[in-house]
Ligand binder design. Structure first.
Ligand code: ZN
Length: 492
């Protein structure tokens, strides 16, 4: 039905690219001020309309199952691979298309978009995708019990407001609309709450801290309140006060708790934070959570020997986080995590072909050596990975450390002998990454079939390589200069 090149006259981006190409080149200097501003408005409108076009194409690609045919598990992963979008950008684009894009039913008839007025405004270029995103954020909070006419009116109102106002103000307008729709919060039912619940733990920042936000439902709240009443009290679980009681607060002397509370200068937020630390440490230490992927649910810390000696640097965890060395050693003292100390000489263990599943010791050393999934571009940390045999076990590949590599479940499932499958190889001595496992992408992603290693978990390595290349080039240029030639002559 969808043959490749028969419809030569169909929609394509050629004219668009030509027009944009001209605008990029043309001089703006001769334009009077008013025309420059007019141009700015026109370009903004066009960019907004293009977002609607992106949604159309995205929905078309998805409806033809193109992502599944090429091995990408979801449309989002397909966008990340073919357009080189970030995880965040690809996710946002798919969500926006779902809300304001036009889908078709089985017979090919067009269905009304979920947010019809917002969709029309975006298509006209009256609002931006950021406006649409903020409208969505308000509309998901409209309780299911609100009748359809009110819901439609709310969306229409928001879209009209968006066409004249800033995205920043939509939240405020939304608040008053929501207050009007459900003044005493009684229409909100269990399904609404289930839809809204969520805790987001953001990426760890370079300073070691991670943002957390979200909304919890009444059940979690009911479980949490008594726990916090006990452990987030002033004087309890205070890391700055060695005499402050922790989990054993029940058995502590009441006078001691009162004294500790008087010394306690933490904010309520800090006490809540410390209560969570205490709670999770208790859970992990008492082994209540059991095992996950063959190793106990506990912190796996990887430390380089030189860092321990100098009490500097960071330990990495199996979940891809970092902990400063002094804190890591304190954690190790108190909660017995798995500790892998490396002298940075490479893979430390060798096991014969003993069994199908890698042993905990092998998994730990893989985590320490590789820190995460080995497919180029994947940033799944080691805790989300399975052990993969580079030479297939069923074809005689040994369960040796040299033949094992970490791959997350998704990447693991991409490895197969079909045309759309990925392959893995161990790089030989002639490679700069000798001994590492490289992946070969299927033809639709990398037509050259070059084996590539994953640098995502070793950002420093790639940077070092780039710096080395720059140094080498400068050295060559200096050499050429000394011989009285210009650098450009070298290749000739
Ligand atoms: Zn992966």
């Amino acid at each position: 039905m969808h043959s490749n090149s028969e419809q030569a006259g169909g929609p394509n981006a050629d004219a668009l690219l030509a027009a944009v190409g001209e605008l990029v080149e043309q001089s703006l200097t001769p334009l009077p001020d008013r025309d420059v501003v007019e141009l700015m408005r026109g370009v903004e409108r066009a960019a907004r309309m293009l977002v609607a076009v992106q949604h159309r194409v995205l929905i078309e690609v998805d409806s033809r199952s193109i992502p599944a045919d090429t091995g990408a598990k979801t449309i989002k992963l397909f966008l990340m691979e073919t357009l080189r979008l970030s995880n965040v950008e690809a996710g946002a684009r798919v969500r926006a298309a779902t809300r304001v894009g036009t889908f078709c039913d089985m017979s090919g008839a067009e269905l009304a978009p979920e947010l019809p007025c917002t969709a029309i405004a975006l298509r006209r270029g009256d609002i931006s995708v950021e406006h649409a995103r903020r409208i969505t954020a308000v509309m998901v909070r409209v309780p299911r019990g609100v009748d359809a006419a009110d819901r439609e009116a709310a969306e229409k109102l928001l879209a009209e407001f968006a066409a004249t106002g800033s995205p920043d103000d939509i939240g405020k307008v939304g608040q008053s609309i929501l207050a009007h729709l459900d003044p005493d919060g009684r229409i909100t039912d269990e399904d609404d709450r289930a839809r809204m619940r969520g805790i987001r733990i953001g990426r760890q920042r370079p300073d070691g801290m991670s943002p957390i936000s979200g909304e919890i439902d009444p059940v979690l709240r009911a479980l949490l309140d008594p726990v916090l009443a006990k452990y987030a009290r002033p004087g309890v679980a205070n890391p700055e006060d060695p005499t402050s009681p922790g989990a054993g607060v029940d058995r502590a002397d009441p006078q001691l708790i009162i004294a500790a509370a008087q010394r306690d200068t933490r904010t309520a937020a800090q006490r809540t934070h410390d209560a969570f630390t205490l709670l999770l440490r208790e859970l992990v230490d008492t082994n209540m959570i059991g095992a996950h992927r063959g190793i106990p649910v506990t912190t796996v810390l990887t430390i380089r020997l030189e860092d321990v000696e100098q009490l500097s640097g960071v330990a990495t965890t199996a979940t891809g986080g970092t902990v400063a060395i002094p804190e890591a050693l304190r954690l190790a003292e108190r909660s017995r995590p798995y500790l892998a100390v490396f002298d940075h000489a490479g893979l430390p263990l060798h096991f014969g072909r003993m069994r199908r599943l890698a042993s905990p010791a092998q998994r730990l050393s893989l985590i320490a050596a590789l820190s995460g999934c080995s497919r180029p571009g994947c940033d799944a940390p080691a805790s989300l990975c399975a052990v993969h045999h580079v030479h297939d076990y069923s074809k005689g590949g040994p369960t040796d450390i040299e033949n094992l590599v970490l791959a997350c479940d998704h990447c693991h499932s991409l490895i197969n002998d079909s045309e759309a499958g990925w392959k893995t190889v161990v790089l030989g001595d002639d490679s700069e990454f000798a001994g590492r496992t490289a992946w070969i992408a299927p033809e639709h992603i990398d037509p050259t079939g070059t084996p590539r290693v994953n640098h995502r978990h070793r950002a420093g390595e790639l940077l070092a390589q780039i710096v080395a290349d720059i140094h080498a080039r400068r050295e060559r240029e200096r050499g050429a200069h000394r011989r009285g030639r210009r650098p450009g002559d070298i290749a000739a």
